[in-house]
Design a protein around this ligand. Sequence first.
Ligand code: XMP
Ligand code: MG
Length: 187
Amino acid sequence: MATALPEYVQPETMDILFSKEEIAARVKSIGEQISAEYAGESIVLIGVLKGAAMFLADLARSITVDNTFDFVAVSSYGRARVSSGAVKLIKDIDNPIEGKHVIIVEDILDTGLTLSFLRQMMLQHKPASLKIATCLDKPERRLVPIEADYVCFSIPNRFVIGYGMDFAERYRGVADIRIMPENPPGH
Ligand code: XMP
Ligand code: MG
């Protein structure tokens, strides 16, 4: 059953896990690492809608090698905090990636179900190489063995919002990454 939607909780009241300055510094450094590793190549960044939108936007601007980007969408948690486990592709890539260097860009690597599914899908398109960049990693939640190649931050098992991440579609525009309270005021 879906988690009951709490009354609107002001994001300013939530604890900051990573400030926008900390996020910017980490994304810049990952962008530099990717630029060095792919020097002289072209890359295709594939963002997973909608959570990865901010991370992809910042990452693309911090990468100095030739890059294009595309988006996929998969079935989401909806209002629930826990995944049903079933992943479904809702929007596929627009342009072919055969023979290209591809990096999937995700907001959070959690159980690993989403990225395992997407990796298999993308491999069917025969890219020259395939890597994964995730803003956050919750290693203790993993249900299937999968690791990201680029991780901004590893975090404990707490539900977070902001920097593209939502609770029931809210808070995506919050600039810092904040911890969603488990028992919002009044509940
Ligand atoms: P899996 O479990 O397949 O899921 O690795 C990854 C997706 O789960 C969502 N997710 C979160 N979204 N705050 C969010 O806003 C969280 O703390 C959180 N944990 C997992 C997210 O959409 C991610 O793409
Ligand atoms: Mg996501």
